[in-house]
Each structure stands twice: as C-alpha cells, then as structure tokens.
Ligand binder design. Structure first.
Ligand code: FES
Length: 171
C-alpha cells in the first residue's frame, strides 16, 4: 500500500509561490527605496529654476536719485520648503534717471546683513565691525572683498535685479 502525498488544489498557493511573491514584493520595494532618490538626483537639474533670474523690484519713480534703499525679493534658487528664508535683499541706489546699482546685503566676511548708514555714507556690518564705503569697497574690518553687486536694468519703467545665489566668501 503506497501513500500518496496530497496535491494542492489549483487555487491553493504553495509555500514556494508564497515566498516567490514575497521576494518580488521586497525587491520592488527596494528598487523604489533606492531608485526614487537616485532618479530625483539625476533629474533635479532639469526641474530646478534657473540660478539667475530677473526679478521686478518696482517702478523707477519709487526711487529718488542718490537714495539707497533696501529692497526685498525672492532668492534665485529657493528650496520648496524654504518658507520666509527664501527672501533675500539688496541695497539699491539710484545713480541717475535710468541707472541703478544694487549691493548684496551679505557681508563678504561671513555673510551677515550689512546696514546702510546714510549720514556716514557707509555700509556697516554689525557682526565683526566690517565697514564699506559708499561704492561697496572695504573701508575697515575683516571683510576680504568689496560688497557683491547684482546686475540691474530698467525695463518699461520698472527696475529689475538679476538675482543669484547668496554670495558666500571664499577667502
Ligand atoms: S560678517 Fe561682516 S565683518 Fe564679519
């Protein structure tokens, strides 16, 4: 008398099939786990905003010739989660009817925001006492370079600044 091993019914899942499906599932999960970040890294240059961009600052008439005003605008490469930190600023001076100069607010020493002192015609950095002349060149203190300037243009009566990433000093 021989004993036959029970055959699985056609709809029953065998242990081998079960483990094969678990392996496929885990393999797919691993591919997604590592593949999505890699794909994001490879494709991110295509999805990013240009690092330089012209931004509208306001009408020319909002600025008096000779005045230096702080203007706020969005950083050229804000991260989606940057929130208010995506805002940056420049010191904008109107030098003629259609000419402007824009200085970065970031000190070239370690990046602290500089202040314009109209009575002294100087930019002052509160962090380590850096001082800049009216034209942005270094007057005193540790800053190694003049203040960075942004390109400025007037288009249809509007002042536009070409933004770029926050200038970081490389000493
Ligand atoms: S950050 Fe401005 S002097 Fe150091």
């Amino acid at each position: 008398m021989t004993e036959e091993s029970p055959q699985p019914a056609p709809d029953d899942i065998t242990r081998r099939d079960f483990f094969a499906k678990v392996c496929y599932g885990l393999g797919g999960f691993a591919v997604a786990l590592f593949g999505v970040p890699i794909a994001g890294f490879v494709l991110s240059p295509l999805l990013q905003k240009p690092l330089r961009d012209w931004v509208d600052i306001g009408g020319v008439e909002a600025f008096e010739i000779g005045d230096t005003k702080k203007v706020v605008f969005e950083d050229a490469s804000p991260l989606p989660w940057a929130g208010v930190t995506a805002r940056t600023a420049a010191w904008l001076r109107r030098t003629g009817p259609d000419s402007f100069i824009a200085f970065s607010v970031n000190c070239t020493h370690l990046g602290c925001p500089v202040k314009w002192l109209p009575d002294a015609d100087l930019f002052m950095c509160p962090c380590h006492g850096g001082v800049y002349y009216k034209d942005g060149t270094v007057a005193a203190g540790p800053p190694p370079h003049p203040l960075t300037t942004y390109p400025v243009r007037v288009s249809d009566g509007r002042v536009e600044i070409q933004t770029s990433p926050i200038p970081i000093t490389t000493v």
